[in-house]
Design a binder for this molecule. Structure first.
Ligand code: SF4
Length: 215
């Protein structure tokens, strides 16, 4: 994977439960960590995913007028930090006010001591949710799965959200025209995904983990 390509697990073009306002979301493929209870197990192997050009993703985001920014999730966004930093630069070339939020299984302090690409991505973020998911500390928290994870404002853009109620933003579910079912968000209760899959299977449905893809 070069810095002009991003390995993507899935995307959605509008989401209101993974960061402020309405945002696009990119789930990258590949994570070096293995948090017990990870809700995105299909995004963990670095093999797989779809290699997508930074320029193509930038055109999609810049052309989505009804969103205020993008949330980078995964997988581990900081495993593809140089390409994601380049993506944000490309979008902001035409939309300077486009906001960026990211998740990472690593603590902010660790990323600050990381590679030049990781520091470049940090420098372009407005919000960061940091730290691994710890199932024993699961909570119904805003945009986070467990209480050890921090919501950090890395710019002045969203400092207001830090004083807003720290309660779950909920889950968004979508039934696509092709019959597939997808969901996004941070489950407020542990075991959400397993329970959902069992419930759907009992009714004859299969859960698809892909999102709504752009052309
Ligand atoms: S850091 Fe995130 S994606 Fe990686 S294993 Fe932990 S919860 Fe899953």
């Amino acid at each position: 994977m070069t810095d002009s390509q991003i390995s993507v697990a899935r995307t959605v073009d509008r989401c209101a439960v993974l960061g402020p306002g309405v945002r696009a979301v990119i789930w990258v493929q590949g994570c070096p960590l293995r948090c017990h209870g990870c809700v995105a197990a299909e995004t963990l192997p670095f093999e797989g995913g779809t290699s997508r050009p930074v320029a193509e993703l930038a055109d999609w985001l810049a052309g989505s007028a009804d969103i205020e920014g993008v949330t980078l999730s995964g997988g581990e966004p900081f495993s593809q930090a140089p390409a994601l930093a380049a993506l944000l630069d490309a979008v902001r070339a035409t939309r300077p006010d486009f906001s960026a939020m990211a998740y990472s299984g690593f603590r902010h302090e660790v990323l600050r001591r990381g590679s030049a690409g990781q520091q470049a991505l940090l420098d372009r973020l407005d919000l960061l949710v940091d730290g691994p998911y710890v199932a024993a500390r699961h909570g119904a928290l805003r945009w986070r799965g467990s209480a050890n994870q921090r919501l950090l404002a890395l710019s002045d853009r969203y400092t207001r959200v830090l004083s807003e109620p720290d309660t779950s933003a909920g889950i968004e579910c979508a039934l696509e025209t092709d019959g597939s079912f997808s969901w996004a968000g941070v489950p407020p209760t542990p075991g959400f995904r397993t329970g959902l899959e069992e419930e759907l299977a009992a009714r004859g449905f299969v859960l698809h983990t892909r999102g709504r893809r752009q052309p």
